[in-house]
Design a protein around this ligand. Structure first.
Ligand SMILES: Cc1cc2nc3c(=O)[nH]c(=O)nc-3n(C[C@H](O)[C@H](O)[C@H](O)COP(=O)(O)OP(=O)(O)OC[C@H]3O[C@@H](n4cnc5c(N)ncnc54)[C@H](O)[C@@H]3O)c2cc1C
Length: 405
């Protein structure tokens, strides 16, 4: 497998496209054979390392799937395509169950307060976050995450499983720890993957990390032997109802209104959103919200990547962008100062950006400003199918591709 140094992540669309192009030849048989191997941060040749770019739509899911299918048959690239659609599935699933995100946000603060109050829990949490538990693989992944902002998918699964079932730490604090450090941190993929490992997504089915599996898929870099809890039971929680609610219809934009374009980390390629009509643009603003991921400190690497991605996104529009201080008052003042009545922004899915915009809604309404969102066809077409489990959703992929590409 080829070596790629994974400590440098230029936050640009050009870099996302470069990585996409470089990995495209491997999206078939190579990915299928190698994707489960975590050979360390210097050796990521078996996976695409596209997630920080896809998460912010510096490159899109559509571009990733199209790249795979331009080089390989569907049968050969099926694994890669399915992984990209996992992202789409998680986004749609959470969109129809915003209560799961709300419960996570409240629950994580409750868990943090408990860790502050009880010394043993607090100390165990610090040891886990700093990679000082004495479980070598886990400690190495905690350090790798801090140093690089990335972990291989298999390492994320093992790490989450050890966090929950061996270290007996609250799953939400683990999800929060990931969000504060992952360059690709995403409300849907992260929260729901942690819930899946814990056994809360598919009721009664959890993911148990096993030493033999870790040894095999790290090619012997790690062997935790008997350190892991064997055959743990899934967590049981009184959680929110999981039945799907209708998808939110975004406020439609009015093409006759003078408008400002608002860019957030949710979509850093607004210029290629399908069906974006020509508008009377008055200004472009960027709203940096990396620190909204958590009430605890977010890593500087994440904030830097966000700033880079937003700078790059704005550079693709000709006007000089305004960096908006993240307060509703500053947002309203900017819109009013630009002489616009309408903010247009790419659709904001469930997550911290949407939470922030929801909090600003009353200030915007009071000032008579409409917040209109432009949704991508990819999401509009795929999300309605995320009503049940992924395996049902997966059967729709060929027909979705037929409609979307
Ligand atoms: C506990 C846990 C937490 C996670 N948190 C996040 C997160 O915050 N953000 C995030 O983008 N992914 C998350 N994932 C999913 C997955 O681990 C990463 O998307 C993947 O490792 C990114 O590396 P890559 O780009 O090399 O992936 P590749 O294997 O090359 O896959 C290509 C793309 O498909 C998507 N993808 C692949 N696997 C998954 C998956 N299981 N779920 C959703 N999308 C997937 C990603 O967008 C990825 O870039 C998490 C998984 C676990 C188990």
């Amino acid at each position: 497998m080829s070596s790629q140094l994974q400590t440098k992540w230029p936050a640009t669309r050009a870099e996302g496209l470069r990585r996409l192009d470089a990995f495209a030849p491997k999206m078939g048989a190579v990915y299928k054979a190698q994707r489960n191997y975590d050979l360390g941060p210097e050796n990521r040749g078996g996976v695409s390392v596209l997630s920080p770019y896809l998460r912010r739509r510096l490159i899109t899911e559509e571009e990733a799937v199209a790249a795979a299918l331009s080089r390989h048959s569907f049968a050969a690239a099926e694994k890669f395509v399915q992984e990209v659609f996992w992202r789409t599935y998680w986004k749609g699933w959470l969109e129809m169950r915003p209560q799961v995100w709300r419960e996570y946000r409240v629950g994580v603060e409750r868990d943090r307060a408990r860790a502050d109050r009880y010394g043993d829990l607090g100390a165990a949490l610090v040891a886990a976050e700093q990679g000082e538990t004495g479980i070598d693989c886990f400690d190495a992944w905690a350090r790798e995450l801090a140093e690089t902002g990335y972990l291989h998918n298999h390492a994320r699964m093992w790490f989450a499983s050890i966090w929950i079932f061996t270290l007996d730490l609250p799953w939400r604090l683990g999800a929060d720890f990931f969000l504060r450090r992952l360059l690709d941190g995403d409300a849907a993929s992260n929260t729901l993957s942690w819930r899946w490992v814990a056994g809360l997504h598919t009721k009664g089915k959890n993911y148990a990390a096993r030493a033999s599996n870790i040894k095999k898929y790290t090619e012997g870099r790690f062997d935790p032997g008997y350190a892991l809890t064997p055959n743990p039971s899934p967590l049981v929680e009184d959680g929110p109802a999981l039945s799907p609610t209708p998808l939110r219809s975004p406020e439609p934009l009015d093409p006759s209104q003078p408008s400002v374009l608002l860019l957030t980390e949710e979509d850093c390629s607004a210029e290629n959103i399908d069906a974006f009509p020509a508008l009377d643009w008055r200004a472009i603003g960027v709203l940096p919200l990396a620190n909204e991921r958590s009430q605890a400190a977010v890593s500087a690497k994440v904030a830097d990547f966000d700033r880079g991605a937003l700078t790059d996104a704005a550079d693709r529009w000709s006007a000089e962008p305004k960096w908006i201080e993240p307060t509703p008052e500053a947002l309203v003042a900017w819109v009013e100062g630009s002489g616009a009545r309408q903010i247009v922004t790419p659709f904001t899915p469930v997550g911290w950006v949407r939470d922030w915009l929801d909090r600003a809604r009353s200030d915007l309404a009071e000032a008579g400003v409409v917040l209109a969102e432009q949704q991508r066809r990819w999401d509009r077409t795929s999300w309605p199918y995320a009503t049940a489990g992924y395996f049902k959703f997966k059967t729709r992929i060929p027909s979705l591709i037929g409609k979307l590409l």
